[in-house]
Design a protein around this ligand. Sequence first.
Ligand SMILES: [Zn+2]
Length: 68
Amino acid sequence: MSSGRDLREQMNSDAVADAFSFLVSGKRGYKAIIERKVEPVRCSGCSVVLKGEEKFCSECGTKTSFVK
Ligand SMILES: [Zn+2]
């Protein structure tokens, strides 16, 4: 009975994406938009938003984790 087909092969098809969009939106032709949120870099010590270049937090001096 097994067809040997992997369902995941179909996940990338437009038809599946369209069906999924219909399910979540209730509208035909709606394209689900997957937002790519850019998470602000925050100091682990004081949660101030950093640029992502600092080696140390300018507010509290905590060493940042994003500098190797
Ligand atoms: Zn800080």
